[in-house]
Design a protein around this ligand. Structure first.
Ligand code: AHR
Length: 543
């Protein structure tokens, strides 16, 4: 596995004693039967200050990642126009309508590690004439190239999203990337514009984001930061978006490769050079990758049938995202105090062991209530860092890693993470609002975690929203919240929880983990709310 040495053992959990293991099993059995409030505790008091708006929580923080990997694209999105599975021009209808409901702001494609071996020309033109190639990044399987640039753009348009394409820096050339961009975006009658038109797409595409390479320090070519910087300057200079509608407004943002470890040398090299960049090159974002791998590499936690030790270790590992971002931000602030360059977390999520029986190169895992809870913690961290962190892409969209959607032939199931993203819709482009509370403690063996996490924001229409995560799978928490700045009259919302932290949605039982109405009420202008053990709640607060 190429990533083996990537993450130091920063967050290895401490092993439990035998006594603790016994306790853990007892609790786990209770939880799988029901969700009892094991111990009553005093209501937790929250204060939301709606009069002190903070940064915008950019909608692009809710972006996704669809790599040519396993069944992410092929089968997950692309079934071909002749498939009995209902489709529009080869793209499955059920998946499109599920994704439309998420208002996915951007989709990163074609990789990942795959991007640095992708040659776009192999994926355009009549399907029968496209060459078969090998996907040597992911299992060496045969790639028909049936899903290429025009199919990706069709998919993006069907779900109503924006394209984030990753250019091949590792095994491609600046010329190849420049021509790809011209093929996608030229409106003037160049040879490449005519080729696109001949392929059935006369209108230039909009490309919102260009990633210049992927993990160039590892699978993208094992470059030093200095070597990558020289490549970055060349790609930034010559890979231009030619779409006239993107010249003054809606300009394509260029995103440089950043680190995938908590070290800062790479960021330092790029940002130091950027500070004095000339007219001939520029970037708008720096990408970082940080996965939740609870026991370190290689990923070993099971995505099904796990207990509270794995659960709490996963949450502990995920909370490291805060420190990871802060380290990079400190360096960025030094060279870019005006925060012109966005920090782009374009790969994040839980990386568990491959499901038994699956191709290990396809990175197939189930998705449980635990994954939804850890996604909420990451989204909240991004919201708290929204002045610098302005884009993120969960890995990945369908059938790979922490997926939104799982498919099996004609069957499709929406995961707990899908529902979590749906609950967070009001936070897209909302304005951060401070919320003060005592986070409390959830102790599992020797793992200490906050019991609660919360964010609040004002949506684009000025409505106030509160999100609260109860990390503790053993305790109901009562909340009382006061809101400065509005006289609260009504509160309603949804809660995502399940009988156990390892509860999953399956093709047979697709609704085990779905949002249900939350028990929220208002008394004398104060919000009263009951949080189930191990839950995520989003509430609309109306004056
Ligand atoms: O998401 C899977 C892989 O993880 C990506 O291809 C790579 O960029 C990262 O290491």
């Amino acid at each position: 596995m190429i990533f083996r040495s990537r993450y130091p053992a920063l967050f290895l959990g401490v092993h439990m004693s035998l006594g603790h293991i016994r306790l853990f099993f007892t609790v786990s059995v209770l939880l799988s039967v029901s969700v009892p409030p094991l111990m009553a505790q005093k209501p937790v008091h929250l204060t939301i200050d709606a009069s002190k708006p903070g940064a915008k929580i950019d909608r692009n923080l809710f972006g996704q990642f669809a790599e040519n990997l396993g069944h992410g694209l092929y089968e997950g999105i692309w079934v071909g126009p002749d498939s009995p599975i209902p489709n529009i021009r080869g793209i499955r209808k059920d998946v499109v309508s599920a994704l439309q409901a998420l208002k996915v702001p951007n989709v990163r494609w074609p990789g990942g590690c795959f991007a640095d071996q992708y040659h776009w020309r192999k994926g355009i033109g009549p399907a029968a004439q496209r060459p078969a190639t090998l996907n040597s990044a992911w299992g060496g399987v045969v790639d028909t190239n049936a899903f290429g640039t025009d199919e990706f753009m069709d998919f993006i348009q069907q779900i109503g999203s924006q394209a984030y394409v990753s250019a091949n820096v590792g095994s491609g050339s600046p010329q190849e990337a420049a021509e790809w961009m011209e093929y996608m975006t030229a409106a003037a009658p160049t040879e490449l514009e005519k080729e696109r038109t001949a392929n059935g797409h006369p209108a230039p595409y909009t490309v919102g984001f260009l990633g210049i390479g992927n993990e160039s320090w590892d699978c993208g070519g094992n470059m030093s930061a200095e070597f990558y910087l020289s490549q970055l300057k060349i790609y930034s200079r010559f890979v231009e978006n030619d779409n006239p509608s993107q010249k003054s407004t809606n300009q394509m943002l260029k995103i440089a490769v950043g680190p995938g470890t908590p070290t800062t040398e790479w960021t330092e090299t790029i940002m130091k050079a950027w500070q004095h960049h000339s007219w001939s090159w520029n970037i708008d974002g720096l990408s970082v990758h940080w996965y939740t791998v609870p026991n370190g590499w290689p990923p070993s936690t099971s995505s099904t049938g796990f207990g509270l030790e794995d659960y709490s270790k996963s949450l502990k590992a995920t909370l490291f995202m805060e420190e990871f971002l802060r380290k990079q931000e400190t360096v960025m602030d030094q060279y870019d105090p005006q925060k012109k360059i966005a920090l782009v977390v374009d790969e994040w999520g839980a990386w568990h062991a491959p499901l038994p029986g699956s191709n290990p190169s396809f990175l197939v895992q189930q998705n449980s209530l635990r994954d939804a809870i850890l996604a909420s913690l990451n989204l909240n961290i991004f919201a708290r860092h929204a002045d610098r962190v302005r884009m993120a892409n969960i890995a990945q969209m369908i059938n790979v890693l922490q997926a939104m959607i799982l498919t099996d032939k004609e069957k499709m199931v929406l995961t707990p993470t899908y529902y979590l993203f749906k609950m967070y819709l009001p936070f897209q482009d909302a304005t951060f609002v401070p919320v003060a509370f005592d986070a409390g403690t959830y102790k599992q063996g020797t793992t200490l975690l906050p019991q609660l996490d919360a964010v609040a924001a004002k949506d684009v229409s000025g409505n106030l929203w509160l999100e609260i995560t109860n990390l503790d799978p053993g305790k109901t928490v009562e909340i009382e919240a006061d809101i400065t700045g509005i006289m609260l009259k009504s509160a309603k919302g949804e809660m995502l929880t399940a009988p156990a932290v390892d509860s999953v949605n399956t093709f047979e039982v697709p609704n085990a983990v779905v949002p249900r109405p939350a028990s929220a009420s208002v008394k004398d202008g104060r919000l009263e709310l009951k949080l189930a053990p191990g839950s995520v709640t989003v509430i609309s607060l109306k004056p």
